[in-house]
Design a protein around this ligand. Structure first.
Ligand code: MSP
Length: 497
């Protein structure tokens, strides 16, 4: 029976051009999704755009567009980015779609029926950029302007009639949930942040707005639009179609990959909403760090963004995916710059790239690009028999950078094997020996490209196809390329800078 796996990116605000921070969330999610497929799971991978709220309404007004036209345009840019990043997403959801609006209103209905929502008045410091209210203690003053302590974004005083969600009722339930599920939020440091936030006490949460209208209206009370975070979080349920027939993804999600800036929404509000509606909770939330430009978070409002499309055009999509996955330790912040990208690609070219070219040049020269047959007394070299557990464990723990380190170690080992055995040296080696060495080398390089598949799907598929492999999974690590099979020589795999 196939096992299902449901993984999501956050849905992106289409308020401006996507940058490397957005690309990072998506690439990491894609790597995990592809890895799970390699392990044999049926994966449902969801991404999309978060299109309601004041932030989007204001962005549209700035360019004199009505919000839906504006969203249609910018959402398309995000969809194109998904293609450029070679994401293997199963669906792309937009919160302006009817299928989503329907589910948000259904969930509101459930919460309302279960008496989890009430009408009252709200006043507080609102950040449009974060789409969140802050208390007096959570803001500070700078240059005559009030700002949020956590995000640094400007806030303004707002007063309005509002529906409230009884978040305060969930303080104990959430704490007990975290105690029973210590791995729910990873890395652990982030879990600790969440738990101490809950321990400080939870206030009821304002979940509707009356000061603007770009959103999903509260059923039966049109003056109110549903708080954009409640609206947005529900996208995961809408896409799964859990409430309705023809469910297209299993509920709950296995992993929500998110940036640390939106942890509170996913690790406190989201489980509370689901508990209140008696719905199953996601299994894991992985909170990654920030992509920094210099020492600051890369963000549109700071004007320090690197454009992923430009970088992909310059260096190639697989190279950028590899770079981000290797250099930014999953869970921590990472600085990125072009010099480091080039160093990283040169390492790839010198190690895996060079190894592959050398071995293929020899096979072409001596054996007319046929998979060399091994001698009768050949015993399979231990190098081709890798213990996939060593690698798999890293990815299961979401330690992607360590997974890549392990692949590079393996590649260095093969390089050393080739160097030590000098298959080009006919004085040192008999023809039989050379065949054995090259057979071992090719099967080991095959393993590298299978393991690299989640990180560099294009290069991996290109290379494995040249070996005659059309579909591959972790189990292919154990299967050798048939002897005498015709191979094709790869073009230079990685350009040097
Ligand atoms: N729309 C909300 C998410 C709703 S999910 C139900 C949102 N959108 S966002 O466009 O601002 O951010 C989307 C993702 O991009 C978040 O995971 C965020 O952490 C990530 N990044 C945005 N800038 C980033 C960096 N500079 N570095 C890494 N990721 C950051 O929040």
């Amino acid at each position: 029976m196939t096992k299902n796996f449901f993984i999501t990116t956050p849905i992106y605000y289409p308020s401006g051009k996507p940058h490397m921070g957005h690309a990072y969330s998506s690439i990491l999610t894609d790597i995990i999704a592809r890895f799970k497929r390699l392990e044999g799971y049926e994966v449902f991978f969801l991404t999309g755009t978060d299109e309601h709220g004041l932030k989007i309404q204001k962005s549209a007004e700035k360019v004199n567009k009505n919000p839906i036209d504006f969203c249609n345009e910018v959402s398309e840019v995000f969809r194109n980015l998904s293609n450029q990043l070679n994401l293997s997403n199963s669906d792309f959801i937009r919160t302006t779609e009817d299928r989503h609006k329907k589910v948000v209103q259904q969930l509101w209905g459930i919460l309302s029926k279960k008496d989890q929502i009430y009408l009252s008045k709200y006043s507080g410091w609102y950040s449009i950029s974060d789409e969140a209210y802050y208390t007096e203690e959570e803001v500070f003053e700078e240059d005559g302007k009030k700002k949020s302590i956590t995000s640094g974004s400007e806030v303004e005083w707002m007063e309005e009639e509002s529906y409230f969600f009884k978040l305060s009722d969930f303080e104990k339930k959430l704490l007990s949930f975290y105690e029973k599920n210590p791995d729910f939020v990873q890395p652990e440091s982030r879990k600790n942040e969440v738990v101490s936030f809950i321990k400080q006490g939870l206030k009821d949460l304002s979940v509707s707005r009356t000061t603007f209208n770009w959103g999903i209206s509260v059923p039966g009370h049109k003056k109110h639009v549903i708080y954009v975070w409640l609206d947005a979080l529900v996208n995961y349920v809408s896409a799964s179609n859990y409430f309705n027939k023809d469910q297209q993804a299993p509920w709950p999600t296995d992993i929500h990959v998110i940036g640390k800036d939106i942890l509170r929404f996913h690790a406190v509000y989201w489980p509370a909403f689901l508990m209140a509606a008696d719905l199953p909770l996601p299994k894991k939330i992985f909170s990654h760090g920030w992509i920094l430009s210099g020492d600051e978070k890369m963000s549109k409002s700071k004007g320090n963004i690197l454009d992923p499309i430009e970088l992909i055009n310059e260096y190639g999509v697989d190279e950028i995916r590899y770079y981000l996955a290797k250099e930014v330790v999953f869970g921590l912040d990472g600085k990125i710059n072009k010099d480091n990208i080039e160093i990283c690609i040169n390492d790839l070219a010198n190690n895996i790239g060079n190894l592959t070219q050398r071995v293929f040049t020899l096979i072409e020269k001596y054996y007319d690009l046929k998979m060399p047959n091994t001698s009768d007394n050949y015993t399979k070299n231990s190098m081709t028999i890798i213990d996939s557990k060593n690698f798999v464990q890293y990815l299961r723990n979401l330690e992607i950078h360590n997974y890549i380190k392990e692949i590079n170690k393996y590649s260095s080992k093969i390089n050393k094997y080739v160097n030590d055995n000098e298959p080009w040296n006919r004085k040192l080696n008999s023809d039989t020996n050379i065949k054995n060495i090259l057979n071992t080398s090719i099967n080991s390089i095959k393993n590298i490209f299978i393991l690299l598949h989640p990180i560099m799907p294009k290069k991996s598929e290109y290379f494995l196809n040249l070996l005659g492999l059309k579909s591959f999974s972790i189990s292919n690590l154990k299967i050798d390329i048939p002897e005498e099979q015709k191979l094709s020589k790869p073009k230079i795999l990685f350009k040097k800078y």
